[in-house]
Write a protein of this length. Structure first.
Length: 432
């Protein structure tokens, strides 16, 4: 067991050491503020302070983890260590030239997103504002990389130090923003759409629309057989997120109590984890999140404890406090829409720490690495470029262990999206 000594054990330090030695690498450890215990410990040991206590390796404590509140500026870029930029540079005599615990805490809690910053037209944090982007490591799970580097250094000093990388796991998540293109939309929406086809001269779409009314399997967005078939072929885990908000400009789902939609939800829930996809309109509206969670509960006949916000709309701390309030235990919103990469600097699940309340919560965050809409619609990549981007990100996760989580949508598996179905299948092949 690794013994970690610090003269001051705070909630921040507890959380940071848990990130490094439980989430990123799997190692048995104990925190202590008893210097005598450190002195008599015969196994691997480490101190966190301004100097080594008795010759053991130490991490220089930069100070962030004994503070409360927020610093008003982003941390400066530190020296590059093994080819990757760092933050919270410290004493060169320490085992690492930066405070890894402060860095892990800052990245995983998204401290910088609590500070004043510009938002995009959907009221989302802009990734180019982040230190990840500015310092060149948005496409790397840097906290996991730093944790691996620390574990390797400790093992050099203490060959009996036991640690392991998490197992690599690929999780394909599918957001069902619009379960059907034409089917199960109700008489009013159906007739209005048909009239709009006439005004837009989209006459070829009219017979497709009518066939979809006759049977849902004719609907272009009814791609679930394809999605399930690919998951079965490559033996990968699937999860679905259902949008069940009231109809609106950015919420185009069928009515949640529509029989066709309920039948689809039950079909998927029989085999896969189902999560709620809090609607665009639910953003910053607590009661709507609870109402939509209850709708999914009723649709599938069991309690839902998983969520990903529609449009990846996320504001600290309101979004996650809302999920905690409604007993959501797993969130998959930790990603950026405009750019792929690792928003929390991590590729392993970790608990959400409410910085304002200085408390770790029971909500587990699952960072997602890539979304097809990011590659295709925001970045305008061709399929070959998308394949290369996915491969780079996945190789980063494979190197340190953890979850590689993709975000795709059911309407990206249509015949018109054949090339992007191939990109998806290539990703499944890479994950094996």
């Amino acid at each position: 067991m690794l013994l970690i000594y610090s003269p001051a054990i705070t909630n921040r330090l507890r959380y940071a050491t848990k990130l490094v030695f439980s989430s990123c690498v799997q190692a048995e450890y104990k925190l202590t503020d008893d210097a005598a215990e450190l002195g008599i410990h015969r196994g691997p040991k480490l101190s966190y302070g301004r100097q080594s206590i008795a010759g053991e390796p130490f991490i220089y404590a930069e100070g962030l983890l004994t503070e409360t509140g927020f610093r008003t500026e982003q941390p400066a870029k530190g020296i590059e260590y093994k080819g990757i930029a760092t933050i919270f540079a410290t004493d060169s005599k320490a085992i690492l030239p930066f405070d890894i615990f402060a860095a892990a805490f800052y990245m995983a809690t998204r401290c910088e997103e609590y500070l004043p910053h510009e938002r995009d037209n959907h009221d989302r944090y802009i990734p180019t504002e982040s230190i990840h982007y500015k310092y060149g490591f948005l496409n790397k799970p840097v906290v996991n990389i730093w944790a691996n580097q620390l574990a390797e250094l400790i093992e050099v000093v203490y060959p009996d130090f036991s640690w392991a990388k998490p197992k690599f796991e690929f999780i394909s998540t599918i957001d069902i923003d619009n379960a059907f293109a034409f089917a199960h939309k109700g008489l009013l929406r159906g007739v209005a759409g048909l009239v709009q086809d006439v005004f837009d001269f989209k006459f070829k779409r009219m017979p497709v629309r009518i066939k979809s009314w006759m049977h849902e399997s004719n609907d272009p967005y009814f791609t679930y057989d394809t999605i399930e078939g690919l998951a079965k072929k490559y033996k990968h885990r699937l999860q679905f997120f259902l949008l069940v908000g009231d109809y609106g400009f950015n919420d185009k789902n069928p009515d949640w109590d529509n029989r066709g939609y309920q039948r689809l939800a039950k079909r998927l829930a029989d085999k896969y984890i189902i999560g709620v996809h809090p609607s665009y309109a639910s953003y910053m509206h607590i009661d709507k999140v609870g109402e939509e969670r209850d709708r999914v509960n009723e649709m599938i006949g069991r309690h839902v404890d998983t969520a990903r916000c529609h449009f990846l709309r996320l504001t600290f701390p309101v979004t996650y406090r809302t999920q905690v309030y409604f007993n959501i235990m797993h969130d998959y919103t930790m990603a950026h829409s405009p750019l792929p990469g690792f928003r929390s600097g991590m590729c392993t699940p970790h608990r959400w720490f409410d910085v304002e309340r200085d408390a770790e919560t029971g909500l587990t965050l699952h960072p997602s690495a890539v979304m097809e809409g990011t590659l295709r619609d925001y970045m305008k990549l061709c399929p070959a470029e998308a394949n290369a981007t996915i491969a780079q990100l996945m190789n980063e996760v494979k190197a340190v262990g953890g979850e590689f989580i993709s975000i795709w949508h059911n309407d990206s598996f249509t015949a018109e999206n054949k090339e992007w179905v191939e990109v998806y299948e290539k990703m499944l092949e890479l994950a094996n």
